[in-house]
Design a protein around this ligand. Structure first.
Ligand SMILES: C=C(O[C@@H]1C=C(C(=O)O)C=C[C@H]1O)C(=O)O
Length: 383
């Protein structure tokens, strides 16, 4: 059933990924899950988490994989979607793949238009003051249309090649769609009693020019606006983790980190679980949605996001990962991603809005965040 396969380099498992499988990989460590013994869905992530140990015990399967949607509020219609796979391959190793060429789109459409996104940022800044919110995360989408079905396998492999330090993922969604992405952000990892979270919040675009690139990083490190955007995420996570943890280690200052497309502020948080029966999925259900992808306070921010964004996020800005029979697991924040449906593909990118946010800067930040997917498509410079 489970084949621990330490000799297989992680990106070999990415090479074996076929649409319909679940993949969760960095260059060092990969999980490829194939086939379906059982599908478990629930719009309440806490109930979903509570159901999984029993399902794993009754099937004898080692783990479950899947996605939580962005909206896990009481009125949501989008379910958390977990699969107990037939076969699980895990591996450790080094990158082996090379980039592959993908077909060019026949149509590209921004939803909303860039001008409308900037107007929404302005409206969000106004609403924060009116409604006493500290932060709301606004996203926009890019719809790509192709002449033939999108080769999800090749998109995923290119994401894995281009983002070896991050989590490249692919998961089936209800309705035959596929979520693919490469995220730097780990909502949490549970290993025995140890819980680890690495929230990212505060962003600046990378630049091909080394001097501009360094200047962008320095500007991020010293930006009061980004420190605030980051602090609300850390405050939220500490408060959300504290009831579960005997100890919590939280560095006083965020660190500056990069993806190939973006500079970020990140704070690694480590805790020791008080109750070892709390699983990785229980914790994901309790922590999601953090202010990194929703805002704060959560309810008010979610309402504002739903008012201002002209689409449902579905699984964008949800969580993607796995939980095993011992309760260990990893759940990453499902950003830098796209939903593939046959010949079309919807890319998403968002950014935190606080009182000091400027529409053009926020638009540019989302443009830079699209680069993770666009680079994997070979479209970095043409869209
Ligand atoms: C919402 C996204 O990213 C999130 C928002 C960030 C920000 O506002 O600075 C940073 C990292 C992510 O938590 C996205 O990539 O779509």
């Amino acid at each position: 059933m489970s084949s621990p396969d330490p000799a297989t380099p992680a990106l070999d498992l990415a090479a074996r990924y076929q649409r319909g499988d679940f993949l969760f990989t960095t260059a060092q460590r990969a999980l490829l899950a194939q086939g379906t013994l059982r599908t478990v869905t629930d719009t309440d992530p806490r109930q979903l988490a509570a159901a999984i140990p029993g399902v794993l015990a009754s099937t004898g399967a080692p783990l479950a994989v899947g996605v939580l949607p962005f909206d896990t509020g009481p009125d949501t219609k989008v379910p958390g979607h977990l699969v107990v796979p037939r076969t699980v391959h895990r591996s450790e190793g080094a990158p082996l793949l090379t980039r592959e060429v993908l077909p060019a789109p026949v149509g590209v459409r921004a939803v909303p238009s860039p001008a409308q996104h900037m107007a929404s940022v302005q409206a969000a800044v106004h609403a924060l003051g009116e409604r006493d919110l500290r932060k709301a995360v606004l996203a926009r989408a890019l719809d790509l249309e192709f002449a033939s079905p999108v080769p999800a396998e090749r998109v995923v492999r290119n994401l894995a090649v281009g983002n070896p330090r991050h989590f490249t993922y692919a998961a089936e969604l209800p309705g035959g769609r596929t979520l693919v992405g490469a995220t730097p952000e780990l909502l949490l990892r549970r290993t025995g009693r140890t819980v680890f979270s690495s929230p990212h919040a505060g962003s600046m675009p990378r630049s091909a020019d080394p001097a501009t690139d360094r200047a962008n990083g320095e500007a991020l490190r010293t930006s009061r606006k980004d420190q605030l955007e980051h602090a609300v995420v850390i405050d939220y996570l500490v408060e959300a983790l504290r009831p579960f943890c005997r100890t919590l280690e939280v560095p006083a200052e965020p660190e500056l980190v990069t993806t190939p497309a973006i500079w970020h502020l990140r704070t690694p948080i480590t805790g020791e679980l008080a109750d070892p029966d709390v699983t990785a999925l229980d914790l994901a259900a309790a922590l999601h949605p953090t202010p990194a992808i929703c805002g704060t306070p959560t309810e008010g921010a979610r309402e504002l996001v739903q008012e201002l964004e002209p689409f449902d996020r579905d699984y964008y800005a949800g969580a993607v990962g796995w939980v095993d029979a011992a309760g260990d697991g990893e759940w990453a924040v499902a950003i830098r991603c796209a939903e593939i449906a046959s010949t079309s593909m919807r890319l998403y990118a968002g950014g935190g809005i606080v009182a000091a946010s400027e529409p053009q800067v926020e638009l540019d930040e989302t443009t830079a965040k699209f680069r993770t997917l666009l680079a994997a498509m070979g479209l970095e410079d043409s869209v």
